[in-house]
Design a protein around this ligand. Structure first.
Ligand code: FCA
Length: 328
């Protein structure tokens, strides 16, 4: 009998211990719209690094559409997560995401793409970590213009094709800033062609650039290709190649850096470089901020603007990527 009680006591102690251990394991979600993009894989990797360093678990879920997003929130709650970081597939899902999160008692931190409400207004009450987009676009425009000057291009026979994705505030601000940078360097406004992308990926930007290329005047010898991220410029550069433009007559500069690595390994293409952002900050810091919010109750700032950017080209990309651990 005595022995039986001892065993029972031990079992209770053990189960109590494991319940305590479970209660202590903090889980957070990290939901991204385009898991196939290296940018988002890099954010995930840095979020996991934060989890390892600080002792929390990151549940990564790809959310390519609204349905998957809402069911991912249920999955997170069922798995005991306390909050999540999210780059939504469609910013207008903001109110639905917030309602679902509230129902499940989960905290929400938006990254990269800011939620908009039913009227299309940014949901400024939801904490958001995103780019200082106009400024970064401006730097992209300036980098493209500086390279055109380096190549001694005459603005007279130079044209720019800007692939746009105005559905996203961060996209519109980037391309607006970029155009500002180009104009300030002397590119005439009527030498800038805008082409809207239907989808925010390489095929989408290839299509939009193709439809702009046919509108170019005969005298267009040199081309500048812009867009809100690396994919939108990569597709544009591919379109110029199919149309017969040589690498020496094309300057494409992307934004992200992470999605340009494979391209920059190629010896020479019209894709000149990329504005490398801070995926380490977007992944590590957002995950850490969520961890601190759920464990200590410290709510993140309503808006954290990331403005750190470095132009990477074939000349320096390995060194720059090494600095943030993306080149081994
Ligand atoms: C958006 C883009 C990504 C990346 C991020 C910072 O979400 O789609 O490619 O540029 O902003």
């Amino acid at each position: 009998m005595k022995k039986g009680i001892r065993v029972l006591a031990a079992a209770i102690a053990l189960s109590g211990f494991s319940a305590l251990a479970c209660a202590e394991e903090v889980k957070i979600g990290f939901l991204v719209k385009q898991a196939e993009e290296p940018w988002f894989q890099t954010e995930w990797a840095f979020a996991e690094k934060a989890g390892k360093d600080q002792g929390f678990t990151v549940i990564k879920i790809a959310v390519p559409d609204g349905e998957k997003t809402l069911s991912a929130i249920d999955t997170l709650a069922a798995n005991g997560a306390k909050g999540f970081v999210i780059c939504p597939p469609d910013v207008s899902l903001g109110p639905a995401i917030m309602a679902k999160a509230k129902l499940n008692n989960l905290k929400v931190l938006a990254v990269d793409d800011r939620f908009v409400d039913a009227k299309g207004k940014p949901m400024e009450d939801v904490p958001y970590v995103g780019l200082d987009a106009y400024k970064i676009g401006q730097k992209q425009g300036e980098a493209m213009a500086a390279q055109a000057k380096q190549r001694n291009w005459d603005w007279k026979d130079t044209y720019a094709v800007i692939n746009t994705f105005d559905e996203l505030e961060t996209g519109k601000k980037r391309t607006d800033g970029s155009v500002e940078g180009l104009k300030a360097a002397g590119l005439p406004a009527d030498h800038i062609l805008f082409s809207a992308q239907k989808t925010l990926d390489v095929p989408g930007s290839m299509d939009s650039t193709n439809s702009a290329l046919v509108k170019l005047p005969r005298g267009a010898k040199n081309l500048i290709i812009g867009g809100m991220n690396d994919s939108t410029v990569l597709g544009g550069v591919r379109a110029t190649e199919s149309a017969g433009f040589k690498a020496a007559n094309v300057i494409g500069v992307g934004i992200n850096g992470t999605d340009a690595i494979e391209e920059l390994k190629k010896s020479d293409t019209g894709f000149y470089g990329s504005m490398l952002l801070s995926p380490d900050a977007s992944g590590y810091k957002t995950a850490t901020a969520m961890f601190e919010w759920v464990t200590k109750g410290t709510e993140p700032a309503k808006f954290t603007a990331l403005d750190n950017v470095t132009l990477i080209t074939r000349a320096n990309f390995k060194a720059e990527l090494s600095k943030i651990g993306l080149w081994k």
